[in-house]
Write a protein that binds this ligand. Structure first.
Ligand SMILES: *[C@@H]1O[C@H](CO)[C@@H](O)[C@H](O)[C@H]1NC(C)=O
Ligand SMILES: *[C@@H]1O[C@H](CO)[C@@H](O)[C@H](O)[C@H]1NC(C)=O
Ligand SMILES: *[C@@H]1O[C@H](CO)[C@@H](O)[C@H](O)[C@H]1NC(C)=O
Ligand SMILES: *[C@@H]1O[C@H](CO)[C@@H](O)[C@H](O)[C@H]1NC(C)=O
Ligand SMILES: *[C@@H]1O[C@H](CO)[C@@H](O)[C@H](O)[C@H]1NC(C)=O
Ligand SMILES: *[C@@H]1O[C@H](CO)[C@@H](O)[C@H](O)[C@H]1NC(C)=O
Ligand SMILES: *[C@@H]1O[C@H](CO)[C@@H](O)[C@H](O)[C@H]1NC(C)=O
Ligand SMILES: *[C@@H]1O[C@H](CO)[C@@H](O)[C@H](O)[C@H]1NC(C)=O
Ligand SMILES: *[C@@H]1O[C@H](CO)[C@@H](O)[C@H](O)[C@H]1NC(C)=O
Length: 389
């Protein structure tokens, strides 16, 4: 018997065509299945089952849903490279022994609450390379909190899914999770306290997102973190708030490479912090300025050594500006004084000039008065207008 039963029984049935069989037919099939099952363990169509390896693989077979009839002995279940669009609690029934489940490279857009709850031995769940748009609050709940590894690399449809994700990371009882991969997801920010219920987390991958800042409560609750990968993000610097946050996970080794660090004076506290924390930053030596152009490829650590110059330059510029304002004030005041003095010296001349002006304006007034009276004579104006025509 053992010799006869191949360790890999490849189902040749092709897609299951269930065309409403009549009762005797169904009964015959069930008997056949039971008989076969006692000799060879059954295997769903388009899958490969290895009882010896406790492994079932349904790889790149154009499956639209999780196939039924996966044998109960299965520990490692790979349903990858298919067209599965949705998974729910009915997808994984009676699979008490599955410890590793990979659903990577599908088109999963929706994960319902308690989809994996029945997989009580589940330790590793791989949902990488999917298009998760709707993640229900208890999507990742596994009874007995057995889940250790969750791979959501390149798994979110777009950045908006992060809100759902934050909720389900809080609600899914992931207190035993050790590793979470959120790389390649286009995340722009991390919702406040998104990881706060992952108290056992050791490894967190956030590389190749678009994170621009680290906020106060980005990493709260991650007291036992050992590895944090922030490479390939959009960090231009890490200001005091972010540095405090990184200091709140003191046991974590950090990776910060391939960020567009901008080496102007604002980067000073970050550079100092880098030098202080070199021991736990795996790639501290490799961190390079991306901007300004003149500083490209300069080590951020080396910028730290120029910091005093930076601060003095800043303070000096301020001082120079203040000095120039004071100087301008003094000059203007002096000019004003000179002007008043000149007026004083010329007071007689000015008086004479004013009298002359008064005379002149009186003459002007008389002339104007005369002309006005002449102009306002209606007869004269009539004459002038008829002369014009
Ligand atoms: C799980 O595996 C154990 C033995 O390892 C077996 O006794 C049990 O029946 C399996 N569970 C199912 C649902 O087949
Ligand atoms: C199952 O997952 C664990 C991590 O939890 C991993 O170490 C192991 O290699 C995986 N086994 C298989 C067959 O993929
Ligand atoms: C729950 O998990 C523990 C180990 O984490 C295991 O010993 C126990 O059998 C599990 N219980 C069930 C019901 O699976
Ligand atoms: C997650 O999945 C991706 C692609 O499937 C893989 O490259 C990566 O190594 C996985 N992450 C972890 C932590 O295993
Ligand atoms: C993400 O996709 C959803 C559904 O298509 C859409 O409503 C939303 O605007 C998208 N968000 C972003 C940031 O593109
Ligand atoms: C980063 O992610 C994008 C998709 O979000 C992908 O196109 C690109 O190849 C990734 N870069 C690296 C270095 O993995
Ligand atoms: C961050 O925390 C500090 C005090 O710890 C506080 O002064 C600051 O306003 C907080 N910033 C934000 C954005 O909440
Ligand atoms: C920066 O360094 C990389 C290799 O480390 C090199 O290819 C590139 O030409 C350098 N750029 C400048 C502007 O020096
Ligand atoms: C880094 O810190 C050390 C002391 O730990 C100091 O001697 C060194 O000058 C600092 N380097 C820079 C670039 O600030």
């Amino acid at each position: 018997m053992r010799v006869l039963s191949p360790s890999f029984s490849i189902s040749a049935l092709g897609p299951a065509r269930v065309s409403a069989p009549n009762m005797p037919d169904l009964a015959r099939r069930l008997v056949l299945c039971a008989l076969l099952g006692s000799v060879y363990a059954s295997c769903p169509p388009r899958c490969e089952c290895s009882e010896a390896a406790l492994t079932v693989k349904c790889v790149s077979r154009d499956l639209r849903s999780v196939p039924a009839g996966i044998p109960g002995y299965t520990r490692n279940l790979f349903i990858t490279g298919n067209q599965i669009g949705r998974v729910g609690p009915e997808s994984f029934k009676g699979l008490d022994n599955v410890t590793n489940l990979s659903l990577s490279n599908n088109r999963i857009s929706e994960v319902e609450s308690n989809t994996f709850a029945g997989l009580r031995a589940l330790r590793s769940l791989d949902l990488s390379n999917n298009q998760l748009a709707v993640i229900h609050p208890e999507a990742f709940t596994v009874h007995n909190q057995s889940l250790r590894e969750l791979n959501l690399s390149r798994a979110l449809y777009n950045h908006s899914s992060v809100t759902d994700l934050a909720t389900s990371l809080r609600w899914s009882s992931l207190g035993s999770l050790k590793g979470l991969d959120l790389s390649h997801n286009g995340l722009i920010f991390l919702p406040s306290r998104i990881f706060s219920h992952l108290g056992s987390l050791r490894r967190l991958q956030l590389s190749n997102n678009s994170l621009v800042a680290i906020h106060n409560s980005s990493f709260s609750g991650l007291g036992r973190l050992e590895e944090l990968d922030l490479t390939l993000n959009a960090l231009k610097t890490v200001p005091e708030e972010g540095l405090r946050e990184l200091d709140s996970v003191p046991g974590a080794d950090l990776l910060l490479g391939e960020n567009p660090f901008t080496c102007s004076c604002g980067i000073e506290p970050f550079a100092l912090w880098l030098n202080r924390s070199q021991g736990r930053i795996g790639d501290a030596d490799g961190l390079a300025c991306a901007f300004p152009a003149g500083m490209r490829n300069t080590s951020v650590l080396a910028v730290g050594s120029l910091t005093l110059g930076c601060r003095q330059w800043g303070a000096g510029a301020d001082l120079a500006l203040q000095t120039s304002y004071v100087f301008l004030g003094i000059v203007l005041g002096f000019v004003g004084l000179v002007f008043l003095f000149v007026l004083y010296l010329n007071r007689k001349g000015i008086k004479k000039r004013i009298n002359e002006m008064r005379e002149a304006s009186r003459e002007l007034w008389d002339g104007y008065h005369y002309r006005f009276e002449v102009d306002s004579d209606p007869r004269l104006s009539q004459v002038s207008s008829s002369a014009d025509v």
